[in-house]
Design a protein around this ligand. Structure first.
Ligand SMILES: Cc1cc2nc3c(=O)[nH]c(=O)nc-3n(C[C@H](O)[C@H](O)[C@H](O)COP(=O)(O)O)c2cc1C
Length: 438
């Protein structure tokens, strides 16, 4: 069985680790001191060497992203910390912010020093009232100690950090939607290029990084890039905070080396409740196409999951047991994505709404067999045809469920059952018998 490896979460069980006094006893801000003795270029090289990839969803190399920001720019540069955590099934950034906020603050400061940024905004999901309060308190304490503000630690480095609370829209987790929202506008993603590294917040070059990505940075400086690069698997270094939920006995956040097989995470989480069989597992947030039981030995890395047509995404793993009605699951997901579409792009606004309506009809027992191919066609017309990947995020699980579990969808349609208002799984869920594959 896999072993938990506490890199980011190392101090999270220490009582009062969220306070600066306890955090400093455990080494907080020591890596900032070290980094401020280095040149900004050397810091970026170190992060590149570590192989740290973004933990927000796309797995983009962090050091490379930082190096894209022009050194000299006519406008100020900004850091936007993505703490929106809106992807269903994802709940790890809130743990970092609540339990060890100074680790995040230290990571932000090192990144800002390396890129030449004086202003960082932590864009935090509006519903995260408690994490936002803890974070604000931590920032206030760090200001008092001189770790944030003017001439930090007596050096020629000034940096301010502001917590900005969102208003609860999934699309504001998309980096350019986030920037628009931060600027006080409606959260609608921008056309790219230009990319935020060149024209981002307030027209200045901007880096958008996920909370977990930045929380790894102090550890890289503590132990060295080579140490970090040796954890995990090739091109997928370090650990990940996997949030596992659904039908497991011990749901929660588990930090494991990148590349751990999914099956081992499920075992760590106490296995499937009631000893039932697994029907499907979503490996990286609800946008990631679900895996079938025969795929559970796949390594949880960006590349291995990508290679089998799914994705590592946000690290949110959702386990569904054999009692799960996938018609209900897909309908619920599409209700979410249709609700969250910002409406700018026709394929997403209309296409996802139609996918939702067809699924609702199927769930009511009024579906037709042709609906499955119709939905696959609509999903295919959404993929890659929108300004931001929200349309893809709805189309990918649609394709995944309808192709991998087609027999179940067909059997449900043929049965004429009505599952509206019924539970998705367990007692009371509508079950249809699916003919065995030939
Ligand atoms: C619809 C949508 C929602 C997203 N939500 C989040 C989010 O809540 N948190 C996050 O870190 N990234 C989210 N992303 C990914 C961001 O656009 C971006 O890639 C990420 O913040 C970059 O940080 P990283 O390189 O450190 O991963 C979302 C993307 C899309 C398309």
């Amino acid at each position: 069985m896999a072993e938990i490896m506490k890199v980011v979460t190392r101090n999270m069980d220490v009582p009062d680790q969220h306070t600066i006094a306890v955090a400093m006893q455990n080494g907080a801000y020591e890596q900032l001191k070290k980094a401020l003795e280095m040149t900004p270029d050397a810091i970026i090289e170190e992060v590149k060497k570590s192989g740290l990839r973004g933990r927000g969803g796309a797995g983009f190399p962090a050091g490379l992203k930082w190096s894209f920001v022009p050194k000299q720019a006519p406008k100020p540069k900004y850091m936007c910390v993505n703490a929106d955590e809106g992807e269903p099934g994802t709940f790890k950034d809130r743990v970092i912010m609540s339990k060890d906020p100074h680790l995040l603050v230290e990571g932000i400061l090192i990144a800002c020093y390396a890129i030449g940024i004086r202003d960082a905004y932590i864009y935090i999901r509006g519903e995260f009232v408690e994490p936002a309060n803890i974070l604000q308190k931590a920032i206030d304490e760090a200001y008092e100690k001189g770790f944030i503000g003017e001439n930090i630690l007596g050096k020629d480095f000034t940096c301010h950090i502001t917590v900005h609370r969102g208003a609860g829209a999934y699309v504001c987790g998309e980096e350019t939607g986030l920037i628009e929202s931060l600027e006080g506008k409606r959260g609608q993603p921008r056309l790219k290029p230009p990319f935020p590294a060149v024209v981002g917040a307030f027209q200045g070059p901007t880096v958008v990084n996920n909370v977990e990505t930045l929380a790894n940075v102090p550890r890289i400086f503590e132990h060295g890039a080579d140490w970090f690069a040796a954890i995990g698997v090739e091109k997928n270094s370090g650990t990940r905070l996997f949030g596992i939920s659904g039908h497991v006995n011990k749901p929660g956040v588990y930090e494991l080396p990148m590349g751990t097989p999914i099956r081992e995470l499920i075992e760590l989480a106490g296995g499937v409740r009631g000893g039932r069989k697994i029907k499907a597992v979503v490996p990286g947030g609800s946008s990631a196409p679900a895996l079938t039981p025969d795929q559970l030995d796949t390594q949880m890395s960006f590349d291995a999951l990508g290679a089998i047509g799914s994705m590592g995404g946000s690290g949110g793993v959702i386990v569904m047991d054999e009692t799960t009605n996938l018609v209900c699951v897909l309908t619920r997901l599409l209700e979410f994505y249709a609700h969250e579409s910002c409406g700018q792009c026709t394929p997403c606004r209309e296409g996802v709404a139609w996918l939702k309506k067809i699924m609702q009809r199927i769930r009511r027992g009024q579906g037709k067999i042709e609906d499955i191919d119709l939905m696959l066609e609509v999903a295919g017309n959404i993929m890659g045809n929108t300004l931001c990947p929200l349309g893809d995020a709805a189309a990918m699980p649609t394709r995944g469920f309808l192709t991998k579990f087609r027999a179940e969808f067909e059997a449900f349609i043929k049965s004429g059952a009505n599952a509206e208002g019924t539970p998705m799984a367990g007692e009371g869920a509508v079950q249809v018998s699916v003919p065995a594959a030939e």
